[in-house]
Design a protein around this ligand. Structure first.
Ligand code: NDP
Length: 308
C-alpha cells in the first residue's frame, strides 16, 4: 500500500498549547494578583532529570508561570522529603508540585507521590486524580497521554468509534492513555508483556499507541496499513548494529556523528511506510508533555482560586 503519511508535528502542537497558556496565566494574574506557581523537586544528579527540570522551569517562564526548583541533598531521607512536600502543600502561592522521577532508590517514591495534595498534583499520578479519570470526572490528567489526545484532536483525527490499541499499562502512560481514549469513545484494547499474539492484536488498531520503552519493537507486522501510529517511546541506542537494523545501512549519518541516537518504540521506516499519520521520534509526543504540565499548573491554579 502506498500512502503519503501525515507527520504529526509535536513542536507545532506544543507551541499552540503554550500560546494558549500565556493569556490564561495573565487572566489568572488579574484575578488572583499573582502568577500560577509551580514547585519542582529534583533529588540527585540524574543528567536526564536535570535537563527535564531545566526545560520545565524555562517553559514555565515562557508561559507566565512562577516556578522554583528545590534540590534537596541527595542523601535526603523519605521523612525529610515528606516534610518538604507537606510544606509545599501548605504554601498558598504554589499551585502545582512536581517531584521529578526517578527518585534515588533509598527513597520511598510511592509515599512521596501520595503525599502531594491531589489539587496540586500537576503530574496527575495521584490515585485520587487517577480515580477522577477512571470515573469520568474533571481533574488533573497525566501530561503525556493528555498530550497525545491533544495531538489527535488538533490534527482532526477521529477517535470516536475507532479501534484503539495501547501497548503498555504503566500508571504514567499506558493506563491513563487507555482511559482517555475510552473517554473519546474509542474501543480500547490494552496490551502488555503477557499479551499473546501481540502483532495480530495491534493489526486490528485504527489508532495504535506504543508506550513500551523498547527501541523499535513495533514493526511492520504490527501496523495495519492506514492506521494512525503514536510512538510515545523515547530510547537511546548506542550499538551500531541496532542502528543499522532500525534505520537501514544508508541512514546512519546521524548515529555515526553522535555515537548514539534517540529512537521510539516503533520502527520509523515501517511507520512512515504504512501509517496514514504518525508521530516521529524525536519531535512527536515528547514536546507535548511539558506543554501539558504548564496547562495543568494553570488549571490547578484556576481551580484552587475558584476561577473554573
Ligand atoms: P514502563 O516501563 O513503566 O511500562 C512499559 C510497559 O510496556 C509495561 O506495561 C510493559 O508490560 C510493557 N511492555 C514491556 N515489554 C513489552 C513487550 N515485549 N511486549 C508488550 N508489552 C511490553 O514505561 P513507561 O510507560 O513509563 O514509558 C514507556 C515509554 O514511553 C518509555 O520509552 C518512556 O521513555 C516513554 N515516555 C515518554 C514520555 C514522553 O514525554 N514522550 C513520557 C513518559 C514515558 P508489563 O506491564 O507486563 O511489564
Amino acid at each position: 500500500m502506498s500512502l503519503v503519511a501525515q507527520i504529526l508535528d509535536g513542536n507545532r502542537v506544543r507551541d499552540q498549547i503554550k500560546g494558549e497558556c500565556r493569556p490564561r496565566a495573565e487572566a489568572f494574574f488579574r484575578h488572583a494578583g499573582r502568577q500560577p506557581g509551580l514547585a519542582v523537586v529534583l533529588v540527585g544528579e540524574n543528567p536526564a532529570s536535570q535537563v527535564y527540570v531545566r526545560n520545565k522551569t524555562k517553559t514555565a517562564g515562557e508561559t507566565g508561570i512562577y516556578s522554583e526548583t528545590i534540590t534537596p541533598d541527595p542523601t535526603v531521607t523519605t521523612e525529610e522529603l515528606l516534610h518538604l512536600v507537606h510544606s509545599l502543600n501548605a504554601r498558598e502561592e504554589i499551585d502545582g508540585i512536581l517531584v521529578q522521577l526517578p527518585l534515588p532508590p533509598h527513597i520511598d517514591s510511592q509515599k512521596i507521590l501520595l503525599a502531594v495534595l491531589p489539587e496540586k498534583d500537576v503530574d496527575g499520578f495521584h490515585p485520587y486524580n487517577m480515580g477522577l479519570l477512571a470515573t469520568s470526572r474533571p481533574g488533573l490528567r497525566p501530561c503525556t497521554p493528555a498530550g497525545v489526545i491533544e495531538m489527535l484532536r488538533r490534527n482532526e483525527i477521529p477517535m470516536s468509534g475507532k479501534s484503539a490499541v495501547v501497548i503498555g499499562r504503566s500508571t504514567i502512560v499506558g493506563k491513563p492513555m487507555a482511559l482517555l481514549l475510552l473517554e473519546e469513545n474509542a474501543t480500547v484494547t490494552v496490551c502488555h508483556s503477557k499479551t499473546p499474539n501481540l502483532p495480530q492484536v495491534c493489526r486490528g488498531a485504527d489508532i495504535l499507541v506504543a508506550a513500551i520503552g523498547r527501541p523499535s519493537m513495533v514493526t511492520a507486522d504490527f501496523i495495519r496499513p492506514g492506521a494512525v501510529v503514536i510512538d510515545v517511546g523515547i530510547n537511546s541506542i548506542t550499538e551500531r548494529a541496532e542502528a543499522e537494523r532500525i534505520f537501514g545501512p544508508d541512514n546512519l549519518a546521524s548515529f555515526e556523528k553522535r555515537g548514539s541516537q534517540l529512537v521510539g518504540d516503533v520502527n520509523p521506516r515501517d511507520m512512515a511506510r504504512l501509517a496514514s499519520a504518525y508521530t516521529p521520534v524525536p519531535g512527536g509526543v515528547g514536546p507535548l508533555t511539558i506543554a501539558m504540565l504548564m496547562r495543568n499548573t494553570i488549571e490547578a491554579a484556576e481551580r484552587r482560586t475558584g476561577l473554573c
